[in-house]
Design a protein. Structure first.
Lengths: 440, 231
């Protein structure tokens, strides 16, 4: 500025000082700008206003000039400084917006983790993974626990969930400062509540579904029972009214009496089976266990068979005794043998094999029938399940269900082994207990 | 002398069929029997009987399917035997074309009454314009009803209901049939209409509407108008 003094009037030079004030205001703010303005006027006065090199003013015209200059400098300084503040504010607002945006992103990520997960544990894992990804941390995990247990190098942030106390642990190598992470703690806590609530609801739904299935099964059972009881009843009542008809022959009369007889015993058998089944289902079978010899049980069960079948035994000598209710086991084997007879061609043999293995004794009842189609095998032990063919009227459909009930009540197991092309084996196994002293 | 009406009994329980044959024969019918759906359809096609007594559960299919097949070519009366005790099964059979049902175990009298009713209807050709039912005299042409000689005033809808039931005298008429005949096919499900109007009709026809003698309810299935003396 001093270099220009010869070619410019003092007030004109003052404009150059205004530039300095402007620069300072933009860089340093309002206070610095004000100071610069005052200093500029003083310097101008000292250097260029006559008398020079003194802070006094000779001409009143210069006073006006300097005053105008000072006011201009102050105003310019203020304007520039305000502009600078506005810019700074906008900048910080933009920064804040970015921070909010990334927080919102994180919450959205966590929410989708909750939606995608199958159970709470999986959802928490997913939330942890998403947080690590979003914050650039090496790892992050969410743990449901009352007392925080961060590993070393992890920061612990409490997630205020209402359902259960929850903690977020994030490794300290991430981009987010702790206070930023704390800002998302509350929404994360709410998400955890949602996850827990969802699990409770789905558990409840599963319970309801199970109850509904039981109800359906029970209705099906009642249906089957009512059908099975009504058929013999109808045969009996019909035969009874037919007997009352005036013009029936002696042959018809005896035939009708046979019907009543047969259907009466069918009804009695059915009622007995139903009773057994309900005892089994109620867990009220209460076997009377005693030492029993399966050899005796099997042969006396086979002796009850009335149908035209040969029973072939292959029983290993010296079978160990088992602790079981002999009467119930006899029912089991009589049922299995009767079943085998029913489902195999007349005259074909029924094979019964028994052998002791390691800690178990196995009895196998095999027929030479058509075998059981694959699609029925898993349902064969269900009450009232009949494999389609083989005589609807013949059985109650309860025999195998009762067999399984009695076998299991006596500590054994029963399984179906259907042959490759034909024939069916029912395999019954019992654990071998320590033998009584007299036998050892 | 008219020939004995022929009845086909379709049931896979031989013991039931044996008794039924004797009962029906004694009641004056000629009886044939089939054990399976296939056998029944073959017999029906070969020599159609006058009526069918049909079990709903057959070893090779459902009685309902037999109803449907028979209805595709014949209107011969079908009485269904149902051991199922399930209203839905009965309604399914009736909708498939069965004329009536009895539930196992059934009374012989009940079965014979149902058979008589379905056979009577199939025997009526066109139907007369007047019907007497116990104390009720119904004139379809004049749309008038007298009870013990005194006129009973029925609204047009009430008379239509009585007409449909009376033309099916003694037979079960399903909710659906009544609604279609009286209101139209779009009223299939409006069974509450029936309850209201049936209550009104009973108040006018029955001496004790809470113990109806003429207009009987078949719960969940339909209604039946009968002559109380004709049991």
């Amino acid at each position: 500025v001093a270099a220009l003094q010869s070619s410019a009037p003092a007030a004109g030079l003052g404009i150059l000082y205004l530039l300095a004030v402007l620069a300072v205001a933009v860089r340093r703010g309002q206070v610095a700008a004000l100071a610069t303005a005052v200093l500029s006027v003083l310097v101008l006065n000292y250097l260029f206003i006559t008398p020079r090199h003194r802070l006094s003013i000779a001409h009143s015209q210069d006073v006006v000039e300097l005053t105008v200059l000072l006011i201009a400098a102050v105003v310019v300084g203020r304007l520039a400084a305000t502009g600078r503040e506005k810019a700074a504010e906008a900048e910080s607002r933009a920064g804040l917006a970015t921070a909010r945006e990334r927080e919102a992103n994180l919450i959205a990520q966590a929410a989708s983790a909750v939606l995608a997960g199958e159970n709470v544990q999986m959802q928490l894992e997913n939330i942890g993974k998403r947080i690590a990804l979003a914050t650039g941390a090496g790892h992050a995990r969410v743990v449901l626990e009352p007392v925080p247990s961060p590993a070393s190098g992890e920061m612990a942030v409490r997630l205020p969930a209402r359902s259960r106390p929850a903690w977020l642990y994030v490794s300290r190598d991430g981009d987010w400062p702790q206070e930023d992470i704390e800002r998302v703690a509350e929404p994360l806590g709410k998400l955890i509540d949602v996850a827990v609530e969802r699990e409770v609801v789905s558990e409840r739904a599963a319970e309801t579904e199970a109850a509904r299935r039981t109800e359906v099964a029970r209705t099906a059972l009642l249906h089957a029972i009512s059908h099975d009881l009504r058929s013999p009843l109808t045969a009996i009542t019909t035969a009874a009214s037919a007997l009352r008809a005036p013009a029936i022959t002696e042959a018809e009369r005896s035939e009708l009496i046979d019907v009543i007889d047969a259907e009466g015993s069918r009804l009695a058998r059915l009622v007995g089976d139903l009773l057994d089944l309900s005892r089994i289902q109620a867990g009220a079978v209460s076997p009377q266990p005693d030492w029993c010899d399966l050899h005796d049980v099997v042969t006396s069960a086979a002796a009850q068979l009335e149908a035209d079948h040969r029973v072939e035994f292959s029983l290993a000598p010296g079978l160990p005794l088992i602790r079981a209710d002999a009467a119930q086991l006899e029912r089991v084997f009589a049922n299995l043998i009767e079943n085998a007879a029913k489902f195999s061609p007349a005259g074909s043999p029924i094979e019964i094999a028994a052998a002791a293995g390691t800690g178990r004794i196995t009895v196998r009842v095999t027929d030479h029938g058509r075998g059981i189609p694959k699609r029925y095998r898993s349902r064969i032990f269900e009450p009232f399940f009949r494999g389609g063919e083989g005589g609807g009227a013949a059985g109650s459909g309860l025999g195998l269900a009762i067999c399984r009930g009695f076998v299991e009540a006596n500590g054994g197991r029963i399984a179906l082994q259907s042959g490759r092309s034909s024939g069916t084996s029912f395999v019954v196994t019992f654990p071998v207990a320590e033998q009584p002293a007299a036998v050892q | 002398v008219t020939k004995a009406p022929r009845i086909l009994v379709v049931d896979d329980e031989p013991h039931i069929v044996r008794g039924l044959k004797i009962i029906l024969r004694t009641a004056g019918y000629a009886v044939e029997a089939a054990e399976t759906k296939a056998e029944a359809l073959a017999l029906l096609a070969a020599r159609p009987p006058d009526a069918v007594v049909l079990d709903l559960v057959l070893p090779d299919g459902q009685g309902v399917d037999v109803c449907r097949e028979v209805r595709s070519w014949s209107g011969l009366p079908i009485v269904v035997l149902s051991a199922v005790g399930d209203e839905r099964e009965k309604v399914r059979a009736l909708d498939a074309g069965a004329d009536d049902y009895v539930t196992k175990p059934f009374g012989t009298d009940e079965l014979l009454a149902r058979l008589r009713a379905v056979l009577r209807r199939s025997g009526e050709s066109g139907g007369s314009s007047k019907l007497t039912l116990g104390e009720l005299d119904i004139d379809f042409a004049d749309r008038r009803l007298h009870r013990s000689g005194r006129e009973v005033h029925l609204t047009p809808i009430e008379f239509d209901l009585v007409r449909v039931l009376a033309q099916n005298q003694g037979r079960l008429v399903t909710h659906r049939t009544l609604l279609r005949e009286v209101w139209g096919p779009e009223y299939d499900d409006a069974t509450h209409y029936l309850r209201v109007h049936v209550a009104h009709i009973r108040a006018k026809l029955e001496s004790d509407p809470s113990r109806p003698q003429y207009l009987l309810t078949e719960p969940g299935v339909g209604y039946r108008l009968r002559d109380p003396a004709a049991r």
